[in-house]
Every structure is written in C-alpha cells, then in structure tokens.
Ligand binder design. Structure first.
Ligand SMILES: NC(=O)c1ccc[n+]([C@@H]2O[C@H](COP(=O)([O-])OP(=O)(O)OC[C@H]3O[C@@H](n4cnc5c(N)ncnc54)[C@H](OP(=O)(O)O)[C@@H]3O)[C@@H](O)[C@H]2O)c1
Length: 286
C-alpha cells in the first residue's frame, strides 16, 4: 500500500485511469464496467477520473457516473475515487476554464455523481486567464464546506506547486510522465514531491493513447520485458513505481486484458541494470 500524500489514505500502488472508458473510441458500457470490475478483482482500490472524461459538454460526468454505478452494483464503498475539474469539452475539444464559478459547478456535479466528500479533487490544469490563487481559493472553500477532502494539482510546474503550497496543503500532483517522457524526473519535480509529502501521480504511464505503441516498439523496453517474461507496458509501470514510494501510476485501459496486465507490474522488481537502461531512455535519475 502507498499513501496519498498526507491525507491518511492508503491505496494499492497502481490505480486505474478511467479516461479511455468515456472519451472518443470508448467501449460499450458493459465492457467499461468489466474493466473496472477486473481492476477491483485484481486488488485495485484507487480510480482516477474527471468530469471532462466524456464525449462533449452534453455528456459531462460520463466517467464518474460509470464508476459510481459499477461500485454501487458491487457494494464497494472502500474504493478511493479521485476526480478533477477545470476543463470544458465544447464540441469534444479540450478547453480550460478554472474560473471559480465553473470549478464550483463541476465540483458540485461530481459530488452528486460520486458522493461527497470527494476524497481527492484536482485542479485539472492552470488557467492562463485566471490567477492560480483564485482557482485554488475556490477549491479551499469547497474543502472547508466539506464537498472535497483533499486538493491536488494537475499539469503543473514546480513553481505552481510552490505557489499553491503557500495557500493550502496539496495532497497530490498529477502530470504526464512515463519512461519515454520523463520531464518531471529530470527537473526534480518527482523527487521534490516526495520530499514535500505529496503523492506524484504519473498520467499516461505507458505513453497514452498513441504513445503506448511507441513504448511497446522500443527495443530496450522490449528486451527487458522479455527478460522478465512480461509486457513492455508492465516494465514501464514498474519503472515508475521504482521512482519512489510516493509515486502512484494510473494506467488507463479500455480492455480487461490491458488493466490485468498493468496490475502485474506491482510484483516486478527491476534490477540496477534494467533501471540504468530505462533511465537512459529519457533522463538520468537524480
Ligand atoms: N490530468 C490530465 O491532464 C490527464 C491527461 C491524460 C490522462 N490522465 C489520466 O491518466 C490515465 C492514464 O493515461 P492514458 O489513459 O492517457 O494513457 P496510458 O495509461 O498510458 O494508456 C494508454 C492506453 O495504453 C493501453 N495500455 C495500458 N496498459 C496496457 C497494458 N498493460 N498492456 C497493453 N496495453 C495497455 C490501453 O489500451 P486499451 O484502451 O486498448 O486497453 C490504454 O488505453 C487516464 O486514464 C486518465 O485517468 C490525466
């Protein structure tokens, strides 16, 4: 088990990223439920979602409702669901809106769909048109009112984290990070989160919708996968887990086989030779 920052919440190291179950190309509802059920059957207890994981603005909350309905049908009240607000989906595009009014609207809808308090609520991005303090100020109010229990940041730099910490405790930082795209390892942000007692949640941990094929085609990753008798995806997740005990990868899946395979990464131990090769693919470890 690993901690979500200083929230006191303990979760299995590998979460489920819910996005592929609700955006363009999503599977039918039966398959979506089966993916979530397979994750839970494999011992998972931490699910990542967002109000914006849907087709467009007429469909906001699709992913949260799918998760909530699946958990309800199974009678599972012990699963930690983290969600996010601050994006909109006009005609299926991804736009940022972190005005206090929109954040409150999103958060209150998510609380109705998931149940309050929401264990962890992320600011999905920093809005270039709204001061971070203004967006975060609304989340602080929502926490004080009991709608959310803890605040996270997503798509942020170290400077944003420092600015946010001056205003409120932060439980988690969620940024794009995988063995081929490890900017936050190189910049030291992953390590810094650990020092600050903040969970680091790498999204697109196997490269994302397109990048996971590139990862699978990487000769070094494939060689290490063959050595361990596993998939390149599992190796990539194991590499993230080895960055520190505060790292909680959230692989996405629209197929049961994908999440079943991702969960096997928790049992993998990469040796120093493996880590040296994988580190060199992108960036040296600090
Ligand atoms: N905060 C943000 O701005 C942000 C942005 C992007 C994503 N996220 C979150 O992070 C989660 C993960 O990111 P992601 O879904 O973009 O990318 P990802 O986890 O890197 O996965 C992308 C795709 O890779 C395939 N895959 C994953 N594990 C596999 C395995 N073990 N074997 C074979 N194929 C595998 C899946 O394909 P199939 O669909 O075929 O199963 C999956 O849809 C999202 O679901 C979402 O919750 C957050």
């Amino acid at each position: 088990m690993r901690s979500i920052g200083n929230t006191g919440l303990r979760v299995q190291p590998i979460g489920l990223g819910g996005m592929p179950l609700s955006i363009q190309g999503r599977p039918d509802e039966r398959t979506g439920r089966a993916v979530i059920e397979a994750f839970l059957a494999g011992g998972g207890n931490f699910i990542d979602t967002a109000i914006s994981y849907c087709f467009d603005n007429t469909d906001l909350g699709h992913n949260e409702r799918l998760i909530a309905a699946t958990l309800k049908a199974l009678g599972r009240t012990d699963v930690i669901v983290a969600t996010k607000g601050g994006l909109t989906r006009p005609n299926g595009q991804w736009d940022v809106d972190c005005t206090p009014g929109w954040l409150r609207h999103c958060c209150e809808q998510s609380a109705r769909d998931l149940g309050a308090p929401i264990a962890l609520y992320y600011l999905h991005a920093v809005d270039p048109n709204v001061p971070l303090a203004e967006s975060l100020g609304e989340l602080v109010k929502l926490r004080d009112e009991g709608t959310i229990a803890a605040i996270g940041l997503s798509n942020v730099t170290a400077r944003h984290v420092d600015e946010a910490l001056a205003l409120t405790p932060i439980a988690a930082v969620q940024n794009r990070c995988n063995v081929l795209e490890a900017r936050d390892v190189k910049s030291g942000l992953v390590a810094r989160c650990g020092e600050l007692g903040i969970a680091y949640v790498p999204y697109s941990p196997v490269g994302g919708h397109w990048g996971h094929r590139k990862l699978a085609a990487n000769a070094d990753v494939a060689r290490i996968a063959a050595k361990h008798g596993t998939s390149p995806h599992a190796i990539a997740i194991a590499w993230l887990l080895a960055l520190g005990p505060h790292v909680l990868p959230i692989p996405g899946a629209s197929k049961v086989a994908s999440i079943e395979n991702s969960l096997t990464a928790a049992a993998l131990t990469l040796d120093t030779d493996d880590l040296a090769v994988l580190d060199r693919l992108n960036t040296p470890r600090r």
